[in-house]
Design a protein around this ligand. Structure first.
Ligand code: TRP
Length: 339
């Protein structure tokens, strides 16, 4: 087969593929689930999916606490598996175990203009927001180059990400185009596949985040969740049980939108606005819904908690499969650049 035919075959084989990753930051919460993982679980049914632990990416901002990063890896992967990622369907692997990614990152770094990186809106934003950390490093500036390597290594059509990652993906497309211009058409341009905008705010209505203390972990027990839900603020104007409420001003209602069936949601809305349903009962309905939603996750998680070895087996098998794919790309890249 000619080089051109080989490259065409390589890309055809990946034409219905998606790749995405997540930095290991510890136990996942409902925000992660509704913002990303739920979409991943859906996608693995329709296409070939590669999901990885972006542990090198965690190092860009956590290099001073590098030791903790690896402790978060099995915890996060357990949550993925509990949430329904299926290692039979998806390739689940660690970025840092695919050394071909580092080589591709190096090559891409040669063609990535510094001015693009400095202009990246997330770069400027993070420098300001995380001013307590020294992010004036080469690696942090190059975050989108490494991300480009993660993606195009597997030549996917799709990259499921949230809105916040769109500037990165735009840059990946540009770097990818630049490679193709210099060395000949090789990498297909990946497209963002935005997670349907599910709003899963924190218990206090702000963005759900572990650091705000307003989150519900996927692995959390009902004993721990129940008092949190009971303590939530509902419509602040509904002072008495007999006052009508407004679900759109209530911190609880967004969770009904995620977890309660359409029919019952309508009843709750009517019950609230007519004061026939009180907040205590409304919370009890949500707690039931949460329990039903979490039960299968906890059941699946228990299997891995009892036998942590299984998590490592999933990762080792995934690393192996990802490496096999990465080697093919590496060969193509070397052909293209004449090395
Ligand atoms: N930057 C992503 C985030 O913070 C994580 C990530 C790294 C990623 N590499 C990726 C996502 C490649 C998609 C594809 O969420």
């Amino acid at each position: 087969m000619s080089d051109e035919a080989k490259i065409a075959a390589l890309n055809k084989s990946a034409s219905n593929r998606a790749v995405s990753g997540m930095r290991p930051t510890g136990a996942l919460h409902l925000g992660h689930y509704f913002g990303a993982i739920k979409n991943w679980v859906e996608m693995q049914k329709e296409m070939e999916t590669f999901f990885f632990v972006a542990d090198w990416h965690a190092l860009t901002s956590e290099y001073e606490n590098a030791r903790h990063i690896q402790d978060f890896v099995p915890e996060m992967v357990k949550d993925w598996l509990a949430a329904g990622l299926d290692p039979e369907k998806s390739v689940i692997y660690r970025q840092s175990h695919i050394k071909e990614l580092a080589e591709l990152h190096l090559i891409l770094s040669m063609i990535s203009p510094v001015s693009w990186l400095e202009r990246c809106p997330t770069y400027k934003e993070q420098l300001q927001q995380l001013s307590h950390k020294d992010l004036g490093t080469y690696g942090f500036l190059g975050y989108p180059v490494l991300m480009t390597s993660d993606i195009i290594m597997f030549r996917p059509r799709w990259v499921p990400v949230g809105q916040d990652q769109v500037p990165h993906l735009e840059m990946s497309r540009e770097i990818c185009r630049r490679f193709n211009n210099f060395y000949g058409e090789f990498f297909p341009e990946p497209e963002a596949r935005l997670t349907p905008q599910a709003k899963c705010p924190g218990l206090d209505g702000r963005k759900m985040s572990k650091s705000y203390g307003n989150s519900i972990q996927l692995s959390e027990s009902m004993e721990s969740i129940t008092p949190k839900i009971r303590g939530m603020f509902t419509d602040p104007a509904r002072l008495r049980r007999s006052d009508p409420g407004d679900p759109d001003k209530c911190n609880l209602f967004p969770y009904h939108e995620l977890l309660t069936g359409m029919e019952q949601q309508k009843e709750i809305r009517e019950g609230c606005t007519s004061a026939s349903l009180g907040c205590v009962d409304c919370k009890a309905i949500l707690l039931k819904g949460l329990e039903a939603f979490l039960a299968p996750l906890h059941e699946r998680r228990a299997v891995y908690d009892a036998e942590p070895k299984k998590v490592w087996e999933v990762l080792e098998a995934g690393d192996e499969r990802a490496r096999a794919e990465a080697r093919k790309t590496r060969e193509g890249v070397r052909t293209r650049i004449g090395f």
